[in-house]
Design a protein around this ligand. Structure first.
Ligand SMILES: Cc1cc2nc3c(=O)[nH]c(=O)nc-3n(C[C@H](O)[C@H](O)[C@H](O)COP(=O)(O)OP(=O)(O)OC[C@H]3O[C@@H](n4cnc5c(N)ncnc54)[C@H](O)[C@@H]3O)c2cc1C
Length: 496
């Protein structure tokens, strides 16, 4: 017998715990379970253990809208974020709803019964457990937990020292007084480099191409002052809104006048590193926000470069050698340890196979509806955050929408809802950044449309109006009563 729940949430990371809170608050009569593939709460913030692991956006927007961030640091370290997620789960009794070691592999929808049957594999119990639910809420993140991106550098086996990927940091890696090469230039590399440089002999950040890097204060003095003078939720919401508006302002300016924003960022870097420094290492070929802009707290990366404890080399790898890496320019970088901060491997719907009324759905053929449901996949939503702002801003809104939808369906006696794709809607890639890891994943990601409700605006204010206040019966969402759920339009949704 399969256990039945009104809602199954997949994933007990930041999004899954947030989704559970919203659900039990706004839909208190709904039964739910969280199926989590790993043995712990926290997802990203439990998995990543590399030195210096921290957020690269502020916790006033990465935190939930219902739980004020109370720590002094706005750019917070991984353990503090993990603690915040765990605390949310504990305080609200969400931890009692989590079924650990249950990796969801398969979900199949029956229009006849208006329910999903979900199969989860338990490695410890070496068996498959079956559940059914009326609504499936995917909070499974966006990347593969089994492995990061393997850039396939030539002859890695020749290198005599350890080669470490940040996703699998060994607890016992000793790097004091060692020479370290960190390959990469993204958020992970700019976090690891200054932290390791504190104790290492020297850290070289080896990048193929530069990234925009901007320093922000680790602590938000206004937020810290407000915390002592206003009720916690009021102060938190004020700072959250200020940060949302500032982020939207900078992002929109970067889109409208990229040359000016580029010049401004480069001026900041020049001020950090002085007139002699080759700021080519921080001058990308693309415009700000064509890829994510990396934030560093309190200039930590620049400080280590100024102190000559860290340096940047922009070049391509010819081969790994016994002593380090040989570059296309002919130069050899000697190292005792090499860190491959080469990025993540994206994954859709937690790798779960989906079928609807017996037909396999290929996620790359569906269109995202409001960035959170998918065409012709009934009663399923997915928490997917912003690429140009904090993840949780969008996830909170997605949860609001899902709860409104569930309550609306109950009030009106509907058992199923599905976004029907407009056959005339032109397609665009799901994500609007040209970063390597996103370009690589485009073939597996769903599509977006070019107009609402199929277009992802990556804009909190617009999404707030659409997801929290917009009409549910918008002519695209189709509702049906029990026993009346129609099979989806097969030729639009399904692949053989
Ligand atoms: C190092 C790092 C730093 C980041 N910093 C920021 C930041 O500063 N700001 C920001 O906005 N974003 C940041 N991100 C993005 C970050 O992942 C999100 O902010 C957020 O933590 C995602 O939460 P999540 O719960 O949606 O996904 P995750 O944290 O990935 O959690 C997903 C959970 O689902 C589980 N799961 C997945 N598939 C299945 C399945 N099939 N069955 C069962 N369980 C499953 C996983 O085990 C995991 O516990 C960062 C990402 C990384 C990797």
């Amino acid at each position: 017998m399969a256990e039945h729940y009104d809602v199954i949430i997949v994933g007990a990371g930041l999004s899954g715990i947030g989704a559970a809170y919203h659900l039990q608050t706004a839909c208190p009569k709904k039964t739910y379970i969280i199926l989590e593939g790993r043995g712990a709460i926290g997802g990203t913030w439990d998995l990543f253990r590399y030195p210096g692991i921290r957020s690269d956006s502020n916790m006033y927007t990465l935190g939930y809208n219902f739980k004020p961030w109370r720590e002094a640091k706005a750019i917070a370290d991984g353990p503090s974020i993990l603690n915040y997620v765990r605390e949310t789960a504990r305080e609200n009794g969400i931890d009692r709803h989590i079924c650990f070691d249950h990796m969801v592999r398969h979900a199949s929808w029956s229009s006849e019964n208006a329910r999903w049957t979900v199969e989860a594999e338990s490695a410890a119990e070496k068996q498959v457990a079956r559940f059914t639910c009326n609504f499936l809420f995917m909070c499974s993140g966006y990347y593969d937990y089994a492995g990061g991106y393997d850039a396939k550098f030539p002859n890695t086996e020749r290198f005599k020292g350890p080669i470490v990927h940040p996703q699998f940091w060994p607890d016992d890696l000793e790097y004091r007084d060692k020479r370290i090469v960190v390959i990469g230039s993204g958020a992970t590399a700019v976090t690891i480099v200054p932290e390791m440089a504190k104790g290492a002999a020297h850290v070289t950040m080896l990048q193929r191409s530069p990234t925009y890097v901007v320093s922000v204060p680790a602590e938000d003095s206004m937020a810290n002052w407000l915390r002592g003078h206003l009720p916690p939720m009021l102060g938190y919401q004020l700072v959250r809104w200020r940060n949302v508006l500032l982020q939207m302002y900078f992002y929109n300016r970067a889109r409208k006048v990229p040359a000016k924003v580029k010049a401004y960022i480069l001026k900041l870097i020049r001020n950090e590193l002085g007139p002699e420094y080759d700021i080519g290492h921080f001058t990308p070929r693309y415009n700000p926000w064509d890829q994510r802009v990396c934030l560093v707290p309190d200039s930590d990366l620049f400080k280590m470069i100024r102190e000559r404890k860290a340096s940047i080399v922009t070049d391509n790898i010819e081969t790994f050698t016994e002593r380090g890496v040989k570059l296309k320019s002919g130069r050899e970088l000697e190292a005792d340890i090499i860190v491959t901060a080469t990025g993540l491997q994206l994954k859709v719907l937690g790798g779960m196979k989906v079928n609807v009324d017996g037909r396999v759905i290929d996620p790359s053929t569906v269109m995202a509806y409001k960035g959170m449901m998918f065409s012709d996949m009934p009663n399923l939503a997915s928490a997917f955050g912003y690429t140009n702002a904090s993840w949780t801003l969008k996830c909170d809104l997605t949860c609001d929408f899902v709860c409104r939808l569930l309550n609306y369906m109950d009030t009106n006696g509907f058992a199923a809802c599905v976004a029907r794709r407009d056959p005339n809607m032109s397609e665009a890639p799901f994500l609007n950044l040209n970063s390597g890891y996103i370009q690589r994943a485009n073939r597996i990601l769903p599509r977006q449309g070019i107009k609402a409700p199929w277009k992802l605006h990556q804009n909190y204010a617009r999404d707030l109006m659409m997801l929290r206040y917009g009409k549910l019966e918008d002519g695209t969402l189709e509702f049906s009563a029990p026993g009346r759920a129609k099979a989806p339009v097969a030729e639009l949704a399904c692949a053989a």
